[in-house]
Design a protein around this ligand. Structure first.
Ligand code: AMP
Length: 281
């Protein structure tokens, strides 16, 4: 695996491959890699001639300074995992490479996507995500961009970015990889205590519960039941338990099997904010 830190160097390298007809897959990450990230690298390797992983903890997407400062950094292990997975290129830029002096940060018209769920609870987060992904797409110019369903709303935001800016890249959404317990893999899980990690399974259990009972109870009753359950299993704060139209993220009051539906949860345990989601139709 070749490691590049400078935009000019990786651009030159990728241009050489692009002109010789090679396709490029990009897997953007913030590091502290786990099997969820590696599943995206594998998808990239299947689809494209060259797989590029970026590791960059993007300051502009953190609305909580504490969360940014505590974000885990495990670079040596990350490099070993990427080597094992057969990743071709690692892009490891500094903040100055991604956001050079004098560059003006754009604002993106994300509509309702920025106002609901993560958008509501993390103001400015999706503007930061768009700023970094737009810049990475500009630098790498990938054929395919691989993202995880784990960050469902983020996938919708990036699809919107691609459309807004008429970017010639296809978005590939890969399934959420879970621990044997059902807990969605996340870099933030590293910050959980042993007890917290055990208790955090309640998020996945809640998604499954809603999926199994969607025809039996009202949406209101399901949300109430699950919220109470999470609070009794160790979660200290629930940002949302929502059942939404999977195409628009509008909140649903009644379940209609004709409407693609997604359940999304964000909640705190051990002071760590976890998110997860499940499609139910
Ligand atoms: P992050 O490093 O958390 O910004 O994530 C980088 C990419 O990995 C994003 O597209 C995430 O959606 C994806 N990802 C994170 N966790 C998982 C998981 N458990 N399964 C699949 N993809 C994931």
């Amino acid at each position: 695996m070749i490691i590049y830190k400078k935009v000019d160097d990786i651009s030159k390298f990728l241009t050489r491959h692009r002109v010789s007809g090679k396709t490029i897959g990009l897997v953007p990450t913030m590091g502290a890699l786990h099997d969820g990230h590696i599943s995206l690298i594998r998808a990239g390797k299947k689809a494209d001639d060259l797989t590029v992983c970026s590791i960059f903890v993007n300051p502009t997407q953190f609305n909580d300074k504490n969360d940014f400062e505590k974000y885990p950094i495990t670079l040596e292990t990350d490099i070993a995992l990427l080597n094992d997975a057969g990743c071709d290129v690692l892009f490891l830029p500094s903040v100055d490479e991604v956001y050079p002096e004098n560059s003006v940060l754009q604002q993106y018209d994300l509509g309702i996507l920025e106002l609901v769920l993560e958008g509501k609870y993390r103001p400015g987060h999706f503007q930061g995500v768009c700023q970094v992904v737009h810049r990475l797409l500009d630098i790498i110019q990938p054929t395919n961009l691989f993202l995880g369903q784990k960050d469902y709303q983020q996938c919708m935001v990036i699809q919107k970015l691609i459309e807004l800016k008429s970017i010639d890249t296809a978005l590939v959404i890969c399934p959420t990889v879970r621990e044997g317990s059902g807990l969605a893999m996340s870099s933030r899980n590293m910050r959980l205590s042993d007890n917290g990690r055990d208790a955090a399974v309640a998020i996945c259990d809640s998604l499954v519960f809603i999926k199994q009972n969607i025809n039996l109870k009202s949406i209101e009753a399901l949300k109430k039941h699950v919220s109470e359950k999470l609070l009794t299993t160790g979660f200290t704060q629930i940002d949302y338990v929502e059942i939404c139209n999977a195409n628009t993220l509008e909140s649903l009051n009644h379940y209609n099997p004709q409407i693609p539906t997604v359940v999304l949860i964000a909640a705190f345990i051990d002071g760590v904010r976890l998110i997860d989601n499940m499609l139910i139709s």
